[in-house]
Design a protein around this ligand. Structure first.
Ligand SMILES: [Zn+2]
Length: 429
């Protein structure tokens, strides 16, 4: 067996037919029926070995290389300034303690320890929900860390309806918008600071006739109006990266990631397009000029900062936050730097965390340094595009605005927490 394996390995570059012939030749001295059996066995082994040889796309010895095996180590030698904490106190306006910490107290302790170490003063939990669940979440975050978290509510579109029967959903009953407006006023009294809308609005929730619930459906107008009156900013996640709306093929710049997560794809006629979703969101922003909107993930169009800039010019009530988009911003340092300088009053800091130190550091490095061609995540595969990023080297006054001042101005409850953080004896490393 060992000999055979070596033999096959040696000839693995030849085609199966050639190998079968070689093997038949080497079996001539064996009796005919046995030769038949052995020959068949050999053929099977040859094919199996051949297949596995083809699967080993490791790029060695002239073999091809599979994309998910490609881990180039840069030979570039330029000055490096890895940063272990932010230069100024930070407000992270986009975290998910309910989903990412699973409401485990020890995990919250650890997250706050990382916040201290990284100079993150306050986090905005986007997982508050409403009613009893809101109370639970407040208890989780605020029992020990009231000064470090503010909480955004979420709308429960489904209510007590059946998940697979949209006609039974709360949002399709009369007066849903008005009832949610009342619920939001109540949530405000209980201490929530804003409303988070998930991308499921536009990409998942359905009308009774099977069509997608439109983001700009007038039935939700009372919700947006209430947020304006109550001064609850709306952090709205609409659509996803542009590449997620394109076919998963060799032209897709996020192929490797979509190949691992095909469920993230919204390509195809059954989904609205990226443009349609963002246009529907923008109509809501336009219709409600007295409501503050924060477009999650650079309004989900960091691939086209020129267009985001035009929206910011057009809608004074729109702001953006940068969570989970440092890979996009950092691959266009000239354009992104100009964008930050021009819209310094409109950009908020976010991470989609809580994140471990290794994922936070590239954020500081992107915004504060002019480092070149560095990794934005420690993962084996860069999680959001197979490329490296460049620092923007933002001036201090822009950093202060993006890190905290804009959030302080827009989100209730941030200012007093920043004050306390500034006065607290947090150990400086
Ligand atoms: Zn998020």
């Amino acid at each position: 067996m060992i000999i055979r394996t070596n033999y096959l390995h040696k000839f693995s570059h030849r085609n199966a037919e050639t190998q079968r012939i070689l093997w038949n030749g080497s079996l001539l001295c064996v009796s005919a029926p046995l030769r038949e059996i052995l020959s068949l066995a050999c053929l099977v082994t040859v094919l199996a070995t051949f297949t596995s040889a083809e699967e080993t796309l490791d790029g060695k010895d002239g073999r091809n290389l599979a994309l998910d095996q490609f881990e180039p180590k840069s030979t570039l030698r330029v000055p490096e300034h890895p940063l272990s904490r932010a230069k100024f106190p930070v407000v992270d306006v986009h975290v998910h303690p309910r989903y990412k910490l699973h409401s485990v107290p020890e995990q919250l302790d650890e997250a706050v320890r990382v916040m201290d170490q990284q100079n993150i003063a306050v986090c905005v939990s986007l997982d508050g929900r409403l009613g009893e669940e809101l109370e639970e979440h407040k208890k989780y975050l605020w029992t020990k860390y009231r000064d470090r978290f503010v909480i955004f509510a979420n709308i429960d579109w489904q209510g007590d309806g059946q998940p697979d029967d949209p006609s039974s959903w709360a949002c399709h009953r009369p007066d849903f918008g008005r009832r949610m407006a009342v619920a939001l006023a109540d949530a405000k009294r209980r201490g929530v600071a804003g409303l988070k809308i998930f991308k499921r609005l536009g990409l998942e929730y359905r009308n009774p006739d099977g069509s997608f619930v439109a983001i700009d459906d007038p039935r939700w107008d009372p919700i947006w109006e209430a947020c304006g009156k109550l001064q609850l900013p709306v952090l709205i996640h609409t659509a996803d990266p542009v590449a997620f709306f394109m076919p998963i093929d060799r032209f897709n710049e996020r192929w490797e990631e979509l190949h691992r997560h095909p469920e993230w794809s919204f390509a195809g006629d059954e989904f609205p397009t990226h443009d349609e979703l963002l246009a529907a969101r923008n109509r809501v922003i336009e219709r409600h000029p007295l409501t503050t909107f924060i477009g999650a993930h650079v309004a989900n169009y960091p691939e086209n900062l020129g267009e985001v800039g035009r929206w910011l010019d057009k809608y004074p009530n729109l702001h953006v936050e940068i969570a989970a988009r440092i890979a996009e911003l950092g691959r266009q340092p000239y354009t992104a730097r100009k964008f930050f300088l021009k819209y310094a009053d409109r950009i908020l800091f976010g991470t989609d965390g809580p994140r471990p130190p290794g994922r936070l550091s590239p954020h500081w490095r992107l915004l504060e340094t002019r480092d070149e061609y560095f990794t934005y995540a420690e993962n084996q595969y860069p999680p959001q595009g197979l490329w490296n990023i460049y620092g923007l080297g933002l001036p201090d006054e822009v950093l202060r605005k993006v890190y905290a001042e804009n959030a302080e101005r827009l989100i209730p409850g941030i200012s007093e927490r920043l004050q306390k953080f500034a006065n607290s004896p947090v150990e400086q490393p």
